[in-house]
Design a protein around this ligand. Structure first.
Ligand SMILES: Nc1ncnc2c1ncn2[C@@H]1O[C@H](COP(=O)(O)OP(=O)(O)OP(=O)(O)O)[C@@H](O)[C@H]1O
Ligand SMILES: [Mg+2]
Length: 317
């Protein structure tokens, strides 16, 4: 396996809220090898975007290490972090919200190049912007268009061109296709894969939808209420989901795209609050296999063989 580009150790992010301490990310560990994609999946509010934001240091961690090429980015000073930011980029779910509506396609893509003072000559800047547009599959004629004049797919391509401007090594893709029509989703996913090949990019691909991350991911981590409950290669996870939560998520994936087939498992019970979580398994209240032990003791991630980790007291029992 190739070298790790990103490694996260015991990462925690707690938010102080009115009713207590909200455990948005609660002791998360993972390694992403260079040139690969890790899919990060889970329901709304489980902490996916917070992990992405922590890696970009858009929000500061409460505890833990975030190693980028072996260096803990939490320890970098402002100047070194500015350098580091060039290597780490993010693409957001809703390009309409993430792009500045008053900026043309040209201005949006040129902005990071101008901020980082990459070119001294205007002609070089223009050349680079056109090159990035071509790379992201945007026709030249759109250069003076504004976000509201573009469809969702093209807007997301502008977001992608912008993210590529400074030749990053690693990109956090936060639900990059969730706001797009299904027909356009596939085009944008194909583009992401093509760019990964071409530039040797590493991705953290965030989605609430397992079927979206299946093909693009080398490994997948499933999150539940701030914690990773299962992680495996994409192939292994779809063939042998071990955690009851993953099984429920998978059962909701449309049949033609899954290898593992079973009846639809409807999750019952409320999603518990991430504020002051109790001592037991966080999934206990919705789990159909829940036993007394689960209410008393939180399971930890255990090696289940074949590079597969899962956190449940009753796997194989
Ligand atoms: N700045 C903040 N202050 C307080 N709580 C926050 C803050 N940001 C996030 N949270 C909380 O942290 C938890 C995780 O949020 P996060 O946005 O990471 O979830 P997510 O998995 O990305 O969800 P979604 O699929 O809806 O995007 C949620 O309970 C959210 O309400
Ligand atoms: Mg999110």
């Amino acid at each position: 396996m190739s070298d790790a580009i990103v490694e996260v150790k015991h990462l925690k992010k707690y938010f102080q809220v009115k009713n207590g301490l909200l455990h948005a990310v609660d002791d998360v560990n993972f390694v992403i090898p260079k040139g690969t994609t890790m899919g990060l999946v889970g329901e709304s509010g489980c902490g996916k975007s917070t992990i992405g934001r922590l890696i970009l240091r858009l929000t500061e961690a409460t505890e833990g290490e975030i190693l980028f090429e072996g260096q803990d980015i939490r320890k970098l000073n402002k100047k070194d972090m500015r350098q580091m930011r060039q290597k780490i980029q993010m693409v957001f779910q809703d390009p309409y919200a993430s792009l500045d509506g008053r900026k043309s396609v040209f201005e949006s893509i040129a902005e990071p190049l101008i901020v980082q003072k990459v070119y001294t000559q205007k002609a070089d800047l223009e050349k680079r912007v056109y090159e990035l547009m071509e790379t992201a599959g945007l026709a030249k004629r759109l250069v003076n268009s504004y976000p509201h004049e573009l469809d969702g797919g093209r807007r997301q391509r502008v977001g992608i061109a912008r993210a590529l401007a400074l030749n990053p090594d690693f990109i956090v893709l936060d639900e990059p296709v969730s706001a797009l029509d299904v027909s356009i989703q596939a085009q944008v996913l194909n583009l992401m894969e093509e760019l990964q090949q071409r530039f040797g990019l590493t991705y953290l691909f965030i989605s609430h939808d397992l079927s979206v991350v299946k093909h693009i991911s080398d490994q997948i981590a499933v999150m539940y209420l701030g914690q990773i409950v299962e992680t495996a290669s994409s192939k292994e996870l779809f063939a042998r989901p071990l955690h009851p939560y993953t099984q429920a998520l998978l059962s909701a994936v449309p049949i033609p795209s899954i290898d593992y087939q079973q009846e639809r498992i409807v999750l019952e019970g409320d999603v518990p609050s991430p504020i002051n979580p109790g001592k037991g398994c966080r999934f206990a209240g919705r789990c159909r296999y829940c036993q007394e032990k689960c209410r008393q003791e939180a399971p930890v991630l255990k090696d289940q063989g074949n590079g597969h980790m899962a956190a449940c007291h009753f796997i194989g029992k």
